[in-house]
Design a binder for this molecule. Structure first.
Ligand code: TXA
Ligand code: MG
Length: 316
């Protein structure tokens, strides 16, 4: 089963597989997901197995609308307001869970992470299933997230049914906001800038370091290419190395094997959308090092720098 076009018929086929307890890969606006029926514990266990993901790392549950979210979580007023602003979209809300959600999905936590993706294929698929989909990013644990169907294919081979929704438009995982306490807490920067959340909610705390990895991207190293990556700074010794440069707005001076520019116009949205795609490309070139230029840490830049730091930390 290779990559397939997201026709009505293929979406039905995918739903049938999910109903039978199989996993499938599907597109969202952020990254591709590896989905299972949230209520099927065996299927969810298979996600952890296939991704080689530690069981303390809970999954995000994808819903087609707010009422589906209400069936499995205690969806409070703040959640309702945020959903009305940002759903469908790259915002994941962590809320107290209802009993129906199996512990394996939440790694035993009393909360569940929920989002409604802004991708018509994902929404059509969830509606066709009639149940929410537990779905982490469709990559082996710790590796670069997939923003194209081909990335998923290269990770898992053609035994997986992969719905091709084209290139992910946001290209970075969702922002994760914990609403289980009085004060909203940002667990992972992502596709919705924290500034936009503050405009709606007021103050939001940003969790810098987790004592235990309550959120995924909370691990110090993650999202890593196989090629070592460093964030550019003065005085790095590069002699004799084959280096690829991931620039923000323009090609650097100096001799590099290959250069990719995230956004010539300095648009952080465009840079975010290109980040994983270019990292996948550079990673395939057999370089000794990927050097990534820092981007301004505002808007989506916060999430971009988060991913770059975690990729760098994988080699420290
Ligand atoms: O954009 C996205 O969010 C993508 C697409 C497929 O929707 N999904 C994604 O999933 O990035 P994943 O598994 O790579 O990251 C999910 C993260 C986990 O690392 C976990 O830490 C956090 O969400 N998470 C899930 N449930 C949680 C909970 N109950 N409390 C705190 N964090 C939770
Ligand atoms: Mg992931």
């Amino acid at each position: 089963m290779p990559i397939v076009e997201p026709t009505r018929e293929n979406i039905k086929k995918a739903a049938k597989l999910l109903k039978a307890g199989e996993l499938i890969a599907f597109p969202t606006e952020t990254v591709y997901g590896l989905g299972a029926n949230v209520f099927n514990e065996k299927a969810v266990a298979r996600i952890f197995e296939l991704k080689k993901r530690p069981h303390f790392d809970p999954l995000i549950v994808h819903v087609a609308d707010v009422s589906m979210a209400e069936e499995i979580s205690h969806f409070d007023e703040r959640a309702r307001i945020l959903a009305s602003h940002f759903w469908p979209g790259p915002l994941t809300l962590v809320l107290p869970k209802k009993k129906a959600v199996p512990d394996i999905v939440t790694s035993g936590l009393p909360s569940v992470a929920l989002r409604m993706p802004a991708h018509e294929v994902a929404l059509a698929l969830i509606k066709e299933c009639g149940f929410p989909l537990a779905a982490p990013s469709a990559n082996p644990f710790g590796q670069l997230s997939p923003t194209r169907a081909e990335h998923v294919l290269s990770y898992f081979g053609d035994e997986l049914f992969i719905l091709d929704g084209g290139e992910c438009q946001v290209g970075l995982e969702s922002t994760i906001l914990d609403l289980t306490e009085k004060e909203p807490l940002l667990l992972r920067p992502g596709g919705v800038p924290v500034e936009a959340l503050r405009e709606v909610l007021g103050d939001i705390k940003i969790r810098k370091k987790a004592s235990k990895p309550k959120a995924p991207g909370q691990l110090k190293s993650h999202y890593a290419p196989r090629t070592p990556l460093k964030i550019w700074r003065k005085c790095l010794k590069l002699e004799g190395k084959r280096v690829g440069f991931l620039a923000f707005t323009r090609a650097p001076e100096g001799k590099y094997e290959v250069v990719r520019v995230l956004s010539p116009s300095g648009d952080l949205r465009e840079a975010a959308a290109n980040l994983f795609k270019y990292l996948h490309e550079l990673d395939k070139m057999g370089l000794d090092l990927i050097l990534a230029e820092p981007v301004p840490e505002k808007g989506l830049g916060l999430a971009i720098m988060d991913r770059l730091r975690k990729a760098e930390a994988a080699f420290n």
